[in-house]
Design a protein around this ligand. Structure first.
Ligand code: ADP
Ligand code: MG
Length: 614
């Protein structure tokens, strides 16, 4: 049982108004700036009340209506009236309690704050009570309590957020962006509470849905991870369970090959509370340094369970930052726990799969294809290699619902292709799982990761085009408006000239958005919005002073990734052979670092050994 699970008992105490001395010691500040903040506070309250099911509705990104219903312990008539007062809480008694907070809430401010900037209705039925009660707050004025109908738990409806404060309304972003932020908040809380069922909708559609899983703690958490982050994450992650001096670290750490361009997919929890914490983020970075390029970030979900007295959550009113009594202990546990788990993963992969087969499968030769036109000495900057390697989609990126059965297309090769076997990468014989090309060479077989290979080729073409005459552009029929946050849009626009040189023409479109007019022609059909968003992510991490040309590798690789044949696309034999021939002609086409080749080769003699023919 972790600290968060104990919270229901703490919340069951009576609500009272905190004394002035305690109030003075609580991190002060307004936390309700947008719908996502309201959702967070209300869902946290439901979790603190021991809910097993939480249903959330957001209309117009939460601006028009937010509804949170739970089946938790509820509130009695008098409590209902008290709950909406400032500094009224059932979760703290006195200042000493602040030193060992075991609930998500403790400030006693959320309901009062929300009620002062919206039209709020609270309906609740205390466990065991024979009736439900409701109170209404509008611009801080209360009506009720009045009798109401509700079978169990609490139902809080927040309408017309900020209706009386147009200045704050103006700070809200598009409906889509506000919705996305609220969904993120719910997903994070849902990850930490796998025993609780969540639904989130916008009144018409379900945006997120995570049933409670009736299994043991470990499988429940795994199911929840899959519901939130997708099965692919689980398949590309290792489980962690480590403890030291009463602190427990558990969760899942993504394999280095499953990394991302920013740290947004790192989910860190302390006692069931989602946190954004420098110390934790730094420890994660430290643990992965040996496995990842500096500008790559692992995907992971780590849960730290620590005695409430050893961590201070009263640092900031949003309760997203924490301070540890013994930061060294926590850091050490994370670094050691992650390193150990990652090392184990490598070992497991090497023993559970047939060692013989793995030993025989040779990744492409390291520096360049021996027959390829080698890159001029000194020009093969390692940055370029890394850049191309990291955008390779993991093989589990198959579209949902696709079967595991080989989708091989072993067609009779046309005659002229019989000779293709004489080429270093051979003649394409088929495609497996719509991801791998299998080719026959004179003395073996070659398996190519089509996405990785194509991406590398697009990238090399782009570099060549740039060196020669600049990149050809292709006008979008419909210019695409991409919404970003203001800082990201400004960063992109500041570099518009440099992007234009690379074939991407963008212009400012109000604050917080850009319009894409042209894209590099050699990318073909490309999701311009996603491309621009990825580039914005990347720019956020670039050194201001550096010209894009100096970061060409990263920028080109990002673009190349968007222009590549995805894993999961069917190729004709001609397309496959064309890809193989182009790989042979391109420098670096077999290459990448972090042990991710674009192809592997298996010699006949190796295969014979596998079957004991030697
Ligand atoms: P805090 O959570 O910091 O105590 P809030 O203003 O969020 O402050 O809530 C005030 C009090 O109202 C809580 O301490 C709790 O007793 C009660 N409360 C709020 N939401 C719920 C709920 N969904 N179910 C039961 N009690 C609730
Ligand atoms: Mg609260």
């Amino acid at each position: 049982m972790n600290a968060a699970d104990q919270s229901s008992s703490a919340a069951a105490g009576r609500i009272r108004i905190l004394d002035a001395a305690t109030v003075d010691r609580i991190a002060a500040g307004e936390v309700i700036e947008r719908p996502a903040n309201v959702v967070k506070e209300l869902v946290e309250n439901a979790l603190d009340a021991g809910a097993r099911r939480i249903d959330i509705v957001l209309e117009e990104g939460g601006r028009r209506r937010i509804l949170v219903e739970d089946d938790g312990g509820g509130m009695a008539r008098d409590e209902l009236a008290l709950a909406i007062e400032r500094h009224a809480t059932s979760k703290l008694r006195n200042a000493e309690d602040l030193a060992r907070i075991a609930t998500l809430g403790f400030r006693g401010e959320a309901l009062a704050s929300i009620g002062s900037v919206s039209r709020m209705t609270l309906t609740s039925r205390a466990a065991g009570a024979d009736a439900a009660w409701t109170v209404r707050l509008e611009g801080g004025r209360r009506e009720g309590p009045a009798p109401a109908a509700l079978a169990k738990g609490t139902r809080i409806e927040v309408r017309d957020l900020f209706y009386a404060t147009p200045a704050r309304l103006k700070f809200l972003k598009s409906e889509r962006s506000e919705t996305a932020q609220a969904v993120d908040v719910v997903k994070r809380l849902a990850m930490a509470h796998p025993a609780v069922a969540f639904t989130l909708g916008d009144g018409r559609r379900t945006l997120f849905h995570a049933p409670a899983f009736p299994g043991d703690e470990i499988s429940a958490r795994a199911e929840r991870m899959a519901a939130v982050l997708g099965r692919a994450f689980l398949e590309n992650a290792v489980g962690i369970d480590a403890a030291r001096d009463g602190v427990r670290l558990s969760g899942y750490a993504g394999l280095p090959t499953y990394s991302r361009g920013n740290a947004q997919q790192q989910y860190l929890f302390v006692n069931g509370r989602p946190v954004k914490d420098r110390l934790l983020a730094g420890a994660v970075r430290g643990a992965y340094t040996d496995f990842l390029a500096r500008d790559r970030h692992p995907v992971l979900a780590l849960f730290l369970d620590i005695p409430p007295g050893d961590v201070d959550v009263n640092v900031h009113p949003a309760k997203a930052e924490v301070r540890f009594r013994d930061p060294g202990l926590v850091r050490g546990l994370i670094v050691a726990g992650l390193r150990h788990a990652l090392a184990e993963a490598g070992h497991r992969a090497a023993t559970s799969v047939s060692t013989a087969a793995l030993g025989a499968v040779r990744p492409a030769a390291a520096p360049a294809l021996p027959w390829g036109r080698a890159a001029p000495a000194g020009r093969s900057s390692p940055g370029l290699m890394e850049a191309a390697a990291r955008y390779q989609a993991p093989p589990t990126d198959r579209p949902e619902g696709e079967t595991m059965a080989p989708a091989a297309r072993v067609e009779d090769a046309p005659e002229e292709e019989a000779d293709a076997a004489a080429f270093p990468l051979g003649a394409a014989r088929g495609q497996l799982h719509e991801t791998y090309i299998v080719a026959q060479t004179a003395d073996g077989i070659v398996i190519v990761d089509q996405h990785a290979a194509h991406e590398r080729l697009v990238y090399e073409r782009m570099k060549r085009a740039l060196a020669a005459s600049g990149v050809a552009r292709q006008m979008l029929l419909l210019p695409e408006v991409v919404e970003l946050d203001e800082a990201a849009a400004a960063r992109l626009v500041a570099r518009a000239d440099e992007f234009a040189e690379l074939g991407l023409v963008i212009e400012p479109f109000g604050a917080g958005a850009v319009v894409v007019r042209e894209v590099p022609a050699l990318l073909g059909q490309v999701d311009a919005a996603q491309l621009v968003r990825d580039l914005a992510d990347e720019l956020a991490e670039f050194d201001e002073g550096l010209a894009l040309r100096e970061r060409l590798a990263e920028v080109c690789a990002t673009m190349a990734c968007h222009g590549s044949v995805r894993a999961g696309r069917r190729l004709t034999v001609e397309e496959m052979n064309a890809l193989l021939r182009e790989m042979e002609a391109s420098p670096h086409s077999g290459q990448c670092n972090h042990g991710r080749p674009t192809y592997v080769e298996l010699k006949l003699s190796d295969i014979e050994r596998l079957f004991g023919r030697h």
